[in-house]
Design a protein around this ligand. Structure first.
Ligand code: HEC
Length: 100
């Protein structure tokens, strides 16, 4: 009885958006990376001009800033607006942070 009451409260908080429904998933992010990003950002040997996520300062930026850059693109970096939604991009960023 005690447990189920807690469950109902947690469910209500989720419904109200107080608790996040889901944390970023780096495993899903890796799948997306292999599909969309690997060709230019191969860890340890990226194409010339593209950042290598295993080193350097590219990831010394908040998730929100990286999200905008991935969504909008820059120079030779294609934008992924309409291809990847914000949840997918946050999964990707969670994966990039495992490479560092
Ligand atoms: C066609 C090659 C290409 C693909 C595909 C690509 N990128 Fe890039 N990316 C680049 C290049 C080149 C840059 C450097 C752009 C610049 O000069 O500002 C870059 C920059 C970045 C940056 C750094 C932005 C900054 O300035 O801080 C991030 C983060 C990034 N890419 C993430 C991704 C992710 C995630 C994907 C897959 C969804 C992806 N890229 C796919 C070429 C690519």
């Amino acid at each position: 009885m005690f447990r189920s009451r807690h469950f109902v409260i947690a469910l209500l908080l989720c419904a109200l958006g107080v608790l996040p429904a889901r944390a970023a998933d780096p495993v899903r992010g890796q799948e997306l990376f292999l599909q969309h990003c690997m060709s230019c950002h191969a860890p340890g040997r990226p194409m010339p001009g593209a950042p290598d996520f295993t080193r350097g300062q590219t990831l010394f930026q908040p998730d929100g800033v990286l999200l905008e850059k991935i969504r909008d693109g820059a120079e030779a970096m294609p934008g992924y607006r309409g291809v990847l939604d914000n949840t997918m991009i946050l999964d990707l960023i969670a994966y990039l942070r495992t490479l560092q």
